[in-house]
Design a protein around this ligand. Structure first.
Ligand SMILES: [Zn+2]
Length: 87
């Protein structure tokens, strides 16, 4: 998480790992405007991440809105990896 924050401030844009790190916050509308823009900018040029966020919001996103349930980051990572391999 620290590494991705440093990366964000250095380049001002998200990479695929940042998308994975911020996907839950994005789906829950908890990202600040500048991060939300960076997130969406990455999605606009990365099909696999679009598919990842779609899948996450329709499946794991629903889960994570239940009290006390959080999608483990390892699960999000493996989902993201799978999306990128399939494309
Ligand atoms: Zn990506």
């Amino acid at each position: 998480m620290i590494k991705s924050i440093k990366r964000f401030f250095r380049k001002g844009e998200f990479d695929c790992g940042d998308v994975a790190d911020h996907s839950s916050a994005y789906i829950d509308n908890e990202l600040k405007d500048n991060k939300r823009s960076a997130f969406q900018a990455h999605l606009s040029k990365c099909g696999p991440c679009q598919a990842f966020v779609d899948t996450l919001s329709s499946t794991i996103g629903a889960l994570s809105r239940l009290p006390g349930v959080n999608a483990p980051s390892a699960l999000k990572r493996s989902l993201l990896d799978r999306m990128h391999r399939e494309n």
